[in-house]
Write a protein that binds this ligand. Structure first.
Ligand code: GDP
Length: 465
């Protein structure tokens, strides 16, 4: 085994998928998959190829187990280090980063905001403490600890970290003992360790074992933050007991509707979610040479989706709680019950075998994030109907051209092998959108001609971990 072998294998797998996106889009927009033998045969062959590639990565030499165990070991080491950071021997002497829990947005947005504070704390070797100790939270009048374990043993009193005496953020090299962090949108001098970066300390391990080291690393912070208290833990295990996890694959759908549509995201009909779900099951069937009962778990803020799914897809077993969706929809978003509802939905999504959702939704991205810690190499276990994975406030997401490109239409732009391309999105039809960082030209390009340009950075708190 070697890192290069694994990176090369994953690259091949990704490229097969890009060919599938390209051809499927062509057949689908001409409705050809319904009646054209050429289209049908091509799709079946692509499914078989994807199944083969998946098995090559998972089954040969028991690789899935090897990846899972190696990543599990790494997770333990990272979690232990975060715990040490949050529990210094003397809070009153520790360097502190004060973070305001309330960003004033939905749960996923708030949690990503707290995780951002946590990244900065780790990058600057500071202990994270909530302003007001997280007691005032729009999501619960009992505060952060209504659902989650405390961040650690430091609070504002024992670390003498008052907002009044704190210093505003000036940058990563700042030496003041207590620093107050603004929300990410207004942050100047962002540390290089912000997503989608990952530590050079783990780079070889992560590139060997995970398809998307950036998201795996983000997930470590989310995982630590979302350690549940006993009340939430019971609610989560009760919810999980109603879904047959571990008894055949289940696809998690997160269907974000209501206030998001037309403002931050486009509408996607249930059929579109189900189309990708059906493809995934087909590949799984080929991969395991078996017939699979179709099962989905649905998380949504639109309760009507459950009825639609049951009416239109009678051969599917459908799991999920429409009462949670009702609470989510009722604009009573910022209450204890909506807090537990959304956390349970995210936790159930992370237990599914595959996700079909819109990465524009932070709820969907959180399910995907937690899945990374739970499963091992789960970087490819999703189909997003819109964005590629991103983290609010991330550094620019860059790729490297592995083949030169001459535009085939006026929508495309040129690049040479080796040039840097900033990626804005993948259209999941064989094309991505981005910009040539050398020439400034932007537009579409064939996705298979570029590969990730990982941002690998020094992250001193992880030395020796
Ligand atoms: P985003 O707006 O989808 O990016 O995610 P946010 O979490 O920031 O805000 C959306 C809010 O709507 C959530 O916090 C929930 O209160 C609610 N919501 C959206 N989708 C779901 C879902 O699938 N399940 C539940 N329970 N609530 C949801």
């Amino acid at each position: 085994y070697s890192k290069d072998h694994e990176v090369g294998r994953r690259w091949l797998d990704t490229n097969i998928k890009e060919l599938y996106f390209y051809l499927f889009k062509h057949f689908d927009s001409n409705n050809a998959t319904l009646n054209d033998p050429f289209a049908n045969r091509t799709m079946e062959q692509l499914f078989a190829l994807m199944a083969e590639s998946y098995n090559f990565g998972e089954s040969v030499d028991n690789a899935a187990l090897w990846h899972r165990q190696s990543l599990g070991n790494l997770t333990n080491r990272i979690q232990k280090r975060l715990e040490e950071l949050q529990n210094p021997s003397d809070c009153s002497k520790a360097k502190i980063l004060l973070c305001d829990l309330n960003k004033g947005c939905g749960f996923g947005c708030q949690l990503h905001h707290v995780a951002y504070c946590f990244f900065i704390a780790a990058a600057t070797e500071r202990t994270l403490v909530f302003e007001g100790d997280g007691k005032a939270w729009r999501y619960s009048n009992k505060g952060w600890e209504a659902a989650f374990l405390p961040l650690g043993k430091c609070n504002q009193a024992n670390s003498a970290a008052s907002r009044k005496e704190s210093k505003p953020w000036l940058g990563p090299e700042q030496t003041d003992r207590v620093v107050f962090l603004p929300i990410v949108d207004g942050l100047s001098r962002r540390p290089k360790q912000m997503p989608l970066a990952f530590p050079k300390q783990f780079a070889d391990e992560l590139l060997t074992h995970h398809n998307n080291p950036s998201v795996y690393f983000v997930s470590q912070f989310i995982w630590y933050l979302m350690r549940s208290n006993s009340v939430l833990e019971k609610a989560i295990s009760d919810a999980a007991a109603k879904i047959p996890f571990g008894k055949g694959p289940i696809v998690g759908l997160q269907i974000r509707r209501t206030d998001k549509i037309g403002t931050e995201a486009a509408f996607h009909g249930l059929d579109e979610y189900m189309k990708w779900t059906e493809h995934w099951f087909r590949i799984e069937e080929l991969r395991n040479d078996t017939t699979l009962q179709r099962k989905v778990f649905i998380a949504t803020d639109e309760p009507k989706v459950f009825k639609e799914a049951r009416d239109k897809y009678p051969h599917y077993e459908i799991y999920g709680d429409s009462s949670i969706a009702e609470t989510a929809q009722m604009n009573s978003r910022y209450t204890d019950s909506s807090l537990f509802g959304v956390v349970i939905d995210i936790q159930m999504l992370s237990r599914c075998d595959y996700l079909v959702c819109t990465f524009s939704s932070q709820v969907c991205r959180m399910g995907f994030e937690l899945m990374q810690v739970r499963v091992g190499d789960a970087g490819h276990r999703f189909h997003s109907l819109d964005d590629i994975y991103y983290y609010g406030g991330q550094h620019s997401h860059d790729e490297i051209a592995v083949l030169s490109h001459v535009p085939a239409s006026k929508d495309e732009f040129a690049f040479k092998k080796g040039e840097t391309i900033g990626i804005a999105g993948n259209h999941w039809d064989g094309f991505s959108k981005g910009q040539n960082k050398q020439t400034g030209d932007n537009g579409l390009y064939p996705s298979y001609k570029t590969r990730e340009n990982w941002r690998i950075v020094d992250f001193p708190i992880f030395n020796g971990v």
